[in-house]
Design a protein around this ligand. Structure first.
Ligand code: NAD
Length: 519
């Protein structure tokens, strides 16, 4: 670990070079609507590298007046942007994808520096943005509406979709740029403008992405389509939630935040798209392939240091296979290399900050109090100023209260079960409903899990883990996960308004339902 720490120190200068190439070093303003606001008045914060606690850079925050300037630009630009034909808007998405391809290594490295996720995942996150850009280009020619047969002669009925307006996007620290792209690139081709409020834990990646947006949109003479406003939750966040000029707030983060957002936006009858916390379970039946299970669970539970909304948190093992899989998992967990996320040999980087470490330790105390047994891990790693912890396996009882909470750390509960029905019951007995999986070679078990009496989650997988979704599907979860769907499939409909049109091309005026209303 000492060696790893000195490697991290050596890489600080490399980090500065990456940021300089991405334009982050030269502009520290946290507000942009095409042009950067030079001296935003909301104070200053630092962004830290969770691997060693060092300061990566400082960012000037937006005050209310800076927010207003950005919002003004976003709403006024919308008036023109909505009139640009969607395939032309798709061209901009294509160019954004091209720029992201060029920036993939640098931006991926910056994601790793700021979040602590390993480099393969940092770059994978940028790849996800590129994939969404490609999807958005195609989508720009497929914003289809239905046509219906009218019951009235000489009438035509159809649906068309119009842009909504300036859309607010609030993103979480753990996917600092991919989640923005799920929202912003789809909203962009739908004809909306976007105001992005990122997490204060990851402002530099947001600034780097905004530079790319400004470059591409600026080439085409567009300012104010994709906008950034970095500010405190009780200043900028609160203004955004209550702003009647913003018809949709798409918010990604904890269930706690989702409750605040949902109530504030509903109070003005605005729309929300919520992507909140998960508590993802995997059921393993006796006939499953144990090696497949161990590989999938290792990535899904220890990967990203358990800081994915889709991380595996609860593993339900049928009694015939529980012993063997538990042993294999303990052995695998002991081999996980924890350390510098820039080192290709590392599988697990640090948690995001000291609070996250404290939260994990608090969770472990509660687990022990409630009768859980730590099988391996459970400690913090003594690495100076970095926030490294051990990946942790816990033997748990199905009725422990803490199983209902999302602890955003690499803790995996192992729970034994007898029958599939029992496992499905326990699996669904949590407030969250994001992602889920079953490992089985039995068709009846798989289909039971996928049926209406199976998993109650937004995502249900067979023989793959709960994380690592592809962008082509609609992503999101049920219950307290918020019900939103983003990215692929027909998620674009959330960013548009539906208009039902009836055209009477006859010379009569028949009424629907056969009603007669004549003098
Ligand atoms: P968080 O809730 O602390 O913050 C998320 C975002 O909400 C940040 O930008 C934050 O500044 C903002 N925010 C918080 N309170 C606010 C308020 N009162 N008004 C306006 N904005 C406010 O979450 P986090 O710690 O950054 O991220 C981790 C959480 O996000 C986990 O619960 C994880 O499961 C969830 N998450 C969900 C998804 C998903 O797609 N379902 C994806 C990623 C993360």
């Amino acid at each position: 670990m000492t060696q790893l720490l000195s490697d991290i120190a050596n890489r600080q200068s490399a980090a500065r070079e990456v940021m300089a190439r991405l334009g982050v070093a030269s502009v520290n303003s946290g507000a942009s609507a095409g042009d950067w606001i030079e001296q935003p008045a909301g104070g200053e914060i630092a962004s830290y590298n969770p691997s060693d606690g060092s300061e990566l850079g400082r960012v000037l925050l937006a005050a209310e007046e800076d927010y207003d300037e950005v919002l003004w630009r976003a709403t006024h630009t919308f008036e023109r942007w909505r009139l640009l034909p969607a395939p032309k808007r798709g061209e901009i998405a294509r160019e954004l994808g091209d720029e992201l391809r060029r920036a993939k290594d640098d931006l991926g490295t910056l994601v790793t520096l700021e979040t602590g996720k390993i480099l393969a995942e940092g770059k994978g996150e940028v790849q996800e943005m590129i994939d969404v850009a490609d999807f958005a280009v195609g989508l720009s020619r497929q914003l289809y509406g239905l046509t219906m047969h009218s019951e009235r002669p000489g009438h035509r009925m159809y649906e068309q979709w119009h842009p909504l307006g300036a859309v607010g996007v609030i993103s979480a620290f753990n996917f600092p740029v991919a989640v923005w792209s799920w929202n912003a690139l789809i909203a962009l081709v739908c004809g909306d403008t976007v105001v992005w409020k990122p997490s204060l834990k990851t402002p530099l990646t947001a600034i780097a992405v905004q530079h790319i947006c400004n470059r591409v949109l600026g080439r085409h003479g567009w300012n104010g389509v994709l906008n950034l406003v970095i500010g405190q939750d009780d200043v900028v966040g609160d203004r955004l939630l209550h702003d009647r000029r913003v018809p949709l707030i798409s918010a990604t983060g904890s269930c706690r935040m989702g409750h605040i957002v949902a109530q504030a936006v509903a109070g003005r009858l605005g729309r929300t798209l919520l992507e909140l916390g998960g508590n993802n379970g995997v059921i393993v039946t006796d006939d499953a392939d144990p090696d497949l299970v161990v590989r999938a669970v290792l990535f899904g539970a220890a990967g990203t240091a358990g800081q994915r909304c889709t991380s595996i948190r609860r593993l339900f093992l049928q009694k015939g296979v529980a012993g063997a899989i538990t042993e294999k998992l303990i052995a695998a967990y002991k081999q996980v290399r924890v350390g510098d996320p820039l080192d290709p040999a590392t599988l697990m980087g640090p948690l995001i900050d000291g609070n996250a470490v404290e939260n994990m330790m608090r969770g472990l105390r509660a687990i022990r109090e409630q009768g859980g047994e730590v099988l391996t891990g459970g400690g913090r790693l003594n690495t100076g100023a970095g926030y490294f912890v051990e990946p942790t396996l816990v033997k748990a009882h199905p009725h422990m209260a803490i199983l209902k909470e999302e602890i955003f750390a690499p803790i995996l509960y192992l729970i034994e079960f007898d029958s599939l029905d029992e496992a499905i019951g326990w699996h669904n007995d949590v407030p969250q409903g994001l992602s889920s999986a079953i490992f089985t070679t039995n068709l009846i078990s798989a289909e039971t899990f996928l049926s209406a009496r199976g998993s109650d989650c937004g995502i249900a997988n067979v023989n793959i883990g709960t994380s690592g979704a592809e962008i082509g599907g609609a992503f999101g979860g049920e219950k307290e996960t918020g019900g939103g769907r983003e990215s692929g499939s027909d998620s674009w409909k959330a960013y548009m308004r539906r208009q039902t049109v009836t055209v009477n091309w006859s010379r009569d005026l028949p009424l629907a339902q056969g009603i007669k209303f004549e003098l």
